[in-house]
Design a protein around this ligand. Structure first.
Ligand code: FES
Length: 80
């Protein structure tokens, strides 16, 4: 089962990521503007991972997997 949207607000991660990139939004501003993650809150770590990794179709992740994804440098921070 893929995790790819904020179910409470019916907001696909792909649309949230596009908005964040277009407007240069971090998580807090994205959540304030769209209200994503303001329902049950279960999607918050996934939205953070999507913003960090650019992946919007995620498997169910453990807490350790989420922490690992968030601790890695973003693609645009990596040196070639
Ligand atoms: S799934 Fe996003 S707030 Fe509940």
């Amino acid at each position: 089962m893929a995790v790819n949207r904020c179910v409470c607000l019916d907001l696909p991660f792909v649309e949230l990521l596009e908005l964040a990139r277009r407007e240069g939004l971090g998580f807090d501003e994205l959540s304030r503007r769209t209200e994503c993650c303001t329902g049950c809150g279960l999607c918050e770590p996934y939205v953070r991972v999507a913003l960090r990794t650019g992946k919007t179709d995620l498997p169910v992740l453990s807490k350790a997997q989420i922490e690992a994804a968030l601790s890695r440098p973003r693609d645009d921070e990596r040196k070639s």
